[in-house]
Design a protein around this ligand. Structure first.
Ligand SMILES: *Cc1c(COP(=O)(O)O)cnc(C)c1O
Length: 485
């Protein structure tokens, strides 16, 4: 390929600050004291940490060097499927930092928090409109907590109807958090096999949906990047047998302004604001997993809820059937603020364009790679495309090795070995924010890696060679994490 983004350039080693410090160095100059010095009493100093002494430039260089060891969306394409690692406009960061919001104390009385409460109220309405459902809670801190909240609502619904049920149907193309959330709520997750086209077949659901089954959890688009085209029919079957339909809407960035889940039979749905609505994520930063519900489930939403009375906003606990509080205060307010700003700045047409571009970009990659990588399904995808390792079998090169080699070309690897139903899966999600030139660069790099797999497999087995760290022992890192530095 012409010129790869990966480089062996100047990436400096950097010791710990403790190893760098020298007693007596200082980052600032203070005028001499004009009162006698008096040491702190021993009971106040105790055995506190021994902070290193450093000059200002040592500290600046330390953190600047460490920052060059990272790869992020601001560095380059980050096609991690299922995660939606898209670029987020910086203006939303700026707005989230506005003092009136960032410094607002959550215990201030409502009369002094009208702006913040209105923001919560309005964002709930925006998300209800986008999902085609009737009301929303913004409390859950992430997608998985949204799922748990949804399961609690399903549980409360069946309890109120007088008969609790024991099982939840979960397709094999669902996100891994789905069965975990159902189990946390005491339900037995029942796996539902997807059909030959990678989507659910109504007849499979008919065979499993019985009077002990509380509902179904459908990820749509599913983790194969495919739209569950039979969703209406499946929802009808589940509803006819007294169940509820939970939609995992973490992939909503594929269908914004195109499909309203509430209009195709979904009763409860969570969104991932940190994927679709402008909060940068990865590294465990805060997220938000709002949950939208249809009218007759509103009574179960977490409290307190923001209500409007005579033009003023207040917090209400007056929902006796609520599942209770699931998060301190109103959830991750800064994340909500970014989503609010993003939705207003994009507008309905802009949001629809987001989804169209996300789908277009994924299909562009799929088309440009399908002669060298084997597509998992022979049909257009939504916002992410999935390949198997079938074409590479005879070279002996694995999905993992190709992913590592991509790093040498300057790209973050895509998601690999997920979804589990595809052998050696490679799951690429380019997102809507990448330019055609960047997509072409990635495609060229991947084609080059595939060529090497056939012609020069040795170089792939060695990869990555241009990084500070080469192959790490991922199992040991997970089993014995070193959290102290
Ligand atoms: C990311 C994701 C989740 C989990 O969201 P978290 O915020 O990581 O808890 C659930 N479902 C799908 C489809 C996802 O992509």
């Amino acid at each position: 390929m012409s010129e790869s983004l990966g480089t062996t350039g100047l990436v400096l080693n950097e010791p710990l600050l403790w190893e760098r410090g020298k007693k007596g160095r200082c980052g600032f100059s203070m005028p001499a004291g004009d009162v006698p010095s008096s040491p702190l009493p021993a009971e106040l100093t105790g055995d506190g940490p021994d902070f290193p002494d450093l000059s200002e430039i040592e500290v600046v260089r330390h953190y600047t060097r460490l920052s060059t060891w990272n790869f992020g969306v601001d560095t380059g394409l980050y096609p991690l499927g299922s995660c939606t690692m898209k670029y987020n406009p910086k203006i939303n960061e700026k707005l989230a930092g506005l003092r009136g919001f960032a410094a607002a104390h959550p215990l201030l009385p409502s009369v002094l928090s009208q702006g913040a409460l209105q923001l919560v109220f309005d964002l709930e309405r925006f998300l209800a409109e986008i999902t085609g459902l009737d009301a929303v809670t913004l409390q859950p801190a992430a997608g998985a907590q949204g799922e748990l909240t949804g399961m609690l609502i399903i549980h409360a619904y069946h309890r109120l109807r007088g008969k609790q049920r024991t099982k939840i149907l979960i397709p094999d193309t669902a996100h891994g958090t789905n069965p975990a959330s159902a189990a946390l709520c005491g339900y037995l997750p029942v796996p539902v096999p997807s059909g030959p086209d990678g989507i659910l077949l109504p007849e499979t659901v008919v065979g499993l949906m019985d009077s002990e089954t509380a509902g179904i959890m459908i990820t749509n688009p599913n983790t194969l990047g495919l739209f569950e085209a039979n969703i209406r029919e499946i929802a009808r079957i589940v509803h006819d047998r007294g169940g509820l339909v939970y939609g995992d809407g973490a992939n909503m960035n594929a269908v914004l302004g195109v499909v309203k889940p509430g209009a195709v039979g979904v009763d409860i749905l969570h969104l991932n604001l940190h994927k679709t609505f402008s909060t940068p994520h990865g590294g465990g930063g805060p997220g938000a997993g709002p949950v939208a519900v249809r009218k007759d489930l509103v009574r179960f939403l977490p409290v307190p809820r923001v209500v409007e009375r005579n033009g003023a906003y207040e917090l209400s606990e007056g929902f006796p059937e609520s599942v209770g509080r699931v998060m301190a205060f109103h959830g991750h307010f800064g994340v909500l603020l970014r989503a609010h700003a993003y939705i207003l700045s994009m507008g309905p047409d802009g949001l629809k364009q987001v989804s169209r571009l996300a789908v277009l970009n994924a299909n562009y990659i799929r088309e440009k790679l399908k002669d060298v990588l084997h597509p998992a399904f022979d049909r257009p995808c939504m916002h992410e495309c999935v390949f198997s390792d079938q074409n590479q079998q005879e070279t002996g090169i694995t999905t993992l090795e190709m992913a590592k080699r991509l790093i040498d070309y300057g790209y973050h690897p895509p998601t690999i070995y997920f979804p589990l139903v595809v052998h050696g899966a490679i799951m690429i999600e380019p997102t809507e924010t990448e330019t055609k030139e960047d997509l072409d660069g990635f495609i060229e790099a991947f084609r080059s890696v595939v060529r090497e797999a056939g012609e020069n497999p040795g170089v792939i087995r060695e990869a990555p060679v241009r990084c500070k760290l080469r192959r790490v022992d991922e199992t040991a890192a997970a089993r014995n994490p070193c959290l102290t530095g």
